[in-house]
Design a protein around this ligand. Structure first.
Ligand SMILES: [Zn+2]
Length: 477
């Protein structure tokens, strides 16, 4: 099977064909850093991380960019309330973002461009839109002329004339049409401002993503991600600006579902949210990450403590299976009392489940990054394995191969999603550590024969042996 992605632009699932088969380009709309991240933000970024890691698992190289909106009305208001500058407010919340993202195991993007570091590029981009008559300046502002771009509404499926009647007519007298949106806003007194051909001001929100994504990824790139709440107007406007400038812009638009609280989107502006730091004070970060990946990323998710408890209970089932499997695999007597190969009926059944889980996991990720089904495939394997593992009085009675394969498939799948890492790792017994210490002595004495003999002995007992700057490192193989 090949990877298929639900492309929001087409409204259907289609085979993924990146522009460059060796390097997938991916842009994700990042945070407006007016405050520390809440759980709704992190659902979006854990989803994007799951997508990137799935691509990497499936053999793609990914170049991933995520922006920070570090200047904005809300940041200015928050900074004024706190008595600091907008830059200080933004920097503080960028730090809070990284601390939450690191805790949740989110792989860092390759670049995190900021608006305030791209003002000259943004001004130049706006000048280009004016030159092409897709934008006009009026009273220190610059507006995108929505009616100049025929396909406007093509991403969200909205029609200009329907929008016209629905839109709240803003009291912006310099606009030609209420639907026109700001590319550049003139500065009010006391606000941070940058010089421009239209007077001091700052960029509107949407323009930054067009400028920064295409600057680093080119006029057409593969994947654009973000929350479903960004579809309109943010992504519609990004698309209009970018296509009016150059290129196809985005080949596959992907939107993650939103995190709801009591049926309503979790949102900072409504004071309707849980901060990540408060949730991490109650649950281990790995459980929270697991919880956020348990549904299909395109679906909305209901946040509640009960759901988190359910996720924690499921997490514990997997954790216990991993611990048991690690113990068995580290046990030198695994399979010692039964003939080689898979002989028992239960062993054969487990072997079949292993193959099914391996294929099911991959197919689920290839089907629009369905982490829900991928995780379910691993849990199904645990369900089959558990009775077999606990029914035998000793490790010697089990068929070694399917037990090792069960652990390998679980580790591979969970490792691809970056959960349960380190869970259930069996510690190295003292006699093996003693052998490692003696091997280091032998190496210091340049007694290579002795060092090699000790290494062989540890490997024979089921450990992997590595040389490091601190000496011999041993762990269960
Ligand atoms: Zn954006």
């Amino acid at each position: 099977m090949t990877l298929r992605i639900h492309n929001h632009f087409k409204g259907t699932k289609e085979e993924f064909q990146p522009l460059d088969p060796k390097r997938v380009t991916m842009y994700v709309c990042g945070m407006t850093v007016q405050g520390p991240p809440h759980m709704g933000h992190m659902l979006a970024f854990v989803s994007a991380d799951m997508v990137r890691r799935s691509l990497e698992y499936l053999g793609y190289n990914v170049f991933h960019i995520q922006n920070f909106t570090d200047i904005d009305d809300k940041i200015i208001v928050k900074a004024n309330e706190a008595g600091c500058t907008a830059t200080e407010m933004a920097e503080k919340n960028i730090e809070a973002f990284f601390s939450a993202a690191d805790a949740l195991g989110i792989q860092r993007a390759h670049m995190y461009p900021k608006v305030t570091e791209h003002i000259p590029e943004i001004v130049e981009y706006i000048e280009g839109l004016i030159a092409k008559e897709h934008a006009y300046a009026a009273e220190g502002n610059v507006w995108f002329d929505v009616r100049s771009y025929g396909p406007y509404g093509e991403l969200s499926g909205r029609k200009i004339d329907d929008l016209q009647t629905a839109v709240r007519v803003e009291l912006e007298e310099s606009k030609r049409d209420p639907l026109d949106f700001a590319l550049w806003k003139s500065a009010k007194p006391g606000e941070p401002a940058w010089d421009s051909p239209w007077g001091p001001g700052r960029p509107g929100w949407h323009i930054e993503c067009s400028v920064m994504s295409t600057k680093y990824l080119g006029p057409t790139f593969d994947l654009h991600g973000g929350g479903r709440d960004l579809l309109f107007p943010h992504h519609e406007n990004e698309l209009a600006q970018s296509k009016a400038t150059e290129g196809e812009f985005v080949r596959y638009w992907m939107h993650n579902g939103l995190l709801n609280l009591d049926g309503q989107k979790m949102a900072k502006s409504m004071d309707h949210f849980f901060l990540v730091e408060d949730v991490l004070a109650k649950y281990p970060a790995d459980v929270v990450r697991f919880y956020l990946m348990r549904g299909h990323f395109r679906n909305n998710m209901e946040y509640s403590w009960e759901r988190l408890d359910e996720a924690a209970a499921a997490y514990d089932r997997m954790r216990r299976a991993l611990v048991k499997l690690e113990e068995l695999v580290a046990d030198g007597s695994l399979g010692a009392d039964v003939p080689d190969g898979v002989t028992s009926e239960a062993g054969v059944a487990l072997e079949e489940s292993v193959a099914k889980a391996r294929a099911g996991f991959r197919e689920a990720l290839e089907d629009d990054f369905n982490s829900e089904a991928a995780i379910a495939a691993l849990f199904e394997l645990v369900r089959v394995a558990n009775p077999y593992l606990v029914a035998s009085p000793s490790a010697g009675d089990l068929d070694a191969e399917p037990v090792r394969a069960t652990l390998a498939v679980l580790r591979e799948g969970l490792g691809a999603l970056a959960v349960f890492e380190g869970v259930g790792q069996v510690s190295v017994p003292p006699e093996i550590l003693e052998m490692a210490r003696r091997r280091d002595e032998a190496r210091t004495e340049k007694n290579w024969a002795q060092a090699d003999a000790l290494r062989d002995e540890m490997v024979a007992r089921g450990f992997s042996v590595e040389d490091s700057s601190e000496g011999t490192k041993v762990r269960p193989a």
